[in-house]
Design a binder for this molecule. Structure first.
Ligand code: EPU
Length: 464
């Protein structure tokens, strides 16, 4: 393997990180010689889907915040850039993965600067509430993110309007202002959206009066954001039945917080262990946030040992078994877990069904698997047993996977973040050589995945 192209190895050895510089992957193509079980220990840091929001929360404080276990991924780099153009000083702390965020000199940023830094991320939408409180105005460029469906922002705009924000669509994005300040509101989401719930939390904590949110998402990453906001001085009550109440306060201070581990990354490495007949210890993974995943992993035929410092995931031998999975909001089976696990299902003896109910278009990664020899059919019907909001709407959102099949090497192109990791697993478990292109996307959410693959014994070369 060509180590010269890896400049993020340092993270594995625990040296200081540079979140503002490259996340380390200069190559965009990997040639993988498959069929080798992945074996060894890797570490996961803070969750991408918490850390980026925690960084935005720092804008609300009157004093600096310290966030620990921040992974060196490109989504973090994008949020750092956006904070910096708004005058937040971001520096590395004493320990690897510590970020210090000083929002004392927050200022308005030029549209062009925000647009240039936003890249392909959807996080800029979450800057609105904090910036409206701090500056009275905010601008969101046209948003990116993975191409896994329409991914509209209507829930976000609707709740912001109810807080009193004035929303103006402009040719290159959306401008918001709050001429009369933001006031607490009675809100109800039509679907428990993670982002819209975070939008409400980040806006309501400093709004005038009480906010009640019905139909909230309650993912562990949201609970950890609530932990952070409470440390800052917020008053937030999580009731039963997805109701969150927030009493607005006059001022918030900075926080000191160690981010919740990345359960999506942990599940991805678990799926890689199973599909390659391997044995991976994921340092930093914890059971409580992964209970639903662990149940399915066991039903498919995987084994795990829960330890104080992580979870060991392995293939214990014997045939893998088919399962029926319906993705759902927490505490259901996460949509982000299905793509990596599908590779193991191509090896299971029998027919598995994956019914995707969170995103209408999350099976784009399957074409490449079929090219590699998998038997997978995609259907418009709701096949899991429960009708979902995508039924009768012409969305290809159910997959039928018939196994066992032995995947063979192919030239494949990564379509999105989780689909990309599943392509890596497919190539690692296939017979022969595969070339996986566009792997840069994977750096959005998997810290040093190249270094980790090397640690686990994968056989590959990197190319331009
Ligand atoms: N939705 C709307 N209108 C909105 C917002 C959402 O219709 O204004 C719909 C979406 O189109 C989707 C559903 O609601 O069909 C759920 O979307 P949600 O808002 O919950 O997702 P998100 O906040 O955009 C986060 C994660 C995703 C993860 C989902 C679900 C981040 C940065 N992203 O997205 O993570 O899949 O929650 O748990 O936190 C990933 O990590 O690869 C990833 C895509």
């Amino acid at each position: 393997m060509n180590d010269a192209r890896l400049n993020d190895d340092a993270n594995e050895r625990g040296s200081a990180q540079n979140h503002g510089a490259s996340v380390g992957l200069t190559a965009d193509k990997i040639t993988i010689r498959g069929g080798i079980p992945l074996v060894g220990r890797i570490e996961v840091k803070g969750a991408k889907n918490l850390v980026t929001k925690a960084m935005v929360a720092a804008l609300l404080g009157e004093t600096p915040s310290v966030l620990k276990d921040v992974p060196n991924i490109s989504d973090v780099r994008i949020v750092r850039g956006l904070l910096e153009v708004h005058g937040v000083k971001v520096t590395e702390g004493a320990e690897p993965g510590d970020l210090i965020l000083d929002p004392v000199d927050v200022e308005s940023a030029h549209f062009a600067a925000i647009d240039a830094h936003a890249g392909s991320s959807r996080i800029p939408i979450l800057f609105c509430g904090p910036l409206l409180h701090r500056l009275g105005e905010a601008f969101i460029p046209d948003l990116g993110g993975c191409r896994i469906g329409d991914r509209p922002i209507d829930f976000h705009l609707e709740v912001l309007r109810k807080f009193g924000a004035v929303v103006e669509k402009q040719p290159n994005g959306i401008r918001m202002s709050a001429p009369n300040g933001l006031k607490g509101a009675k809100l109800e989401l039509p679907y428990p959206s993670v982002g819209a719930t975070e939008q409400v939390l980040l806006t309501a904590v400093r709004a005038d009066g009480l906010t009640e949110l019905k139909g909230a998402a309650i993912e562990p990453e949201i609970m950890d954001l609530i932990n952070i906001l409470q440390k800052m001085g917020a008053i937030i009550t999580v009731d039963t039945d997805r109701v969150i109440r927030i009493e607005g306060v006059e001022r918030l201070l900075g926080y000191n917080h160690r981010a919740l581990f990345d359960r999506n990354e942990a599940a991805s490495w678990a799926a890689a262990a199973l599909a390659t007949d391997g044995d991976i210890f994921v340092g930093g993974a914890r059971q409580p946030e992964m209970i639903t995943f662990l149940n399915v992993f066991r039903k498919v035929g995987g084994a795990f040992d829960i330890c104080d410092d992580g979870i060991r995931f392995y293939h214990p031998g014997g045939d893998l078994k088919p399962v029926i999975i319906e993705t759902d909001v927490h505490p259901g089976f996460m949509t982000d877990w299905q793509q990596p696990l599908v590779i193991a299902l191509t090896k299971a003896h029998g027919t598995s069904i994956v019914h995707e109910t969170v995103y209408e278009q999350r099976f784009g990664f399957v074409d490449a698997l079929v090219e590699m020899g998998a038997t997978i059919q995609i259907h418009k019907e709701c096949l899991g047993g429960h009708p979902c909001r995508f039924g009768q709407r012409n969305f290809n959102h159910s997959a039928v996977i018939t196994g066992p099949t032995q995947l063979h090497g192919a030239d494949i192109v990564v379509p999105d973040l989780r689909g990309g990791f599943s392509h890596l697993i497919a190539a690692l478990s296939a017979e022969g050589t595969s070339t996986v292109s566009n792997v840069g996307i994977i750096s959005r959410g998997y810290e040093n995945f190249i270094g980790k693959l090397r640690l686990l014994g994968a056989d590959f070369d990197l190319e331009g």
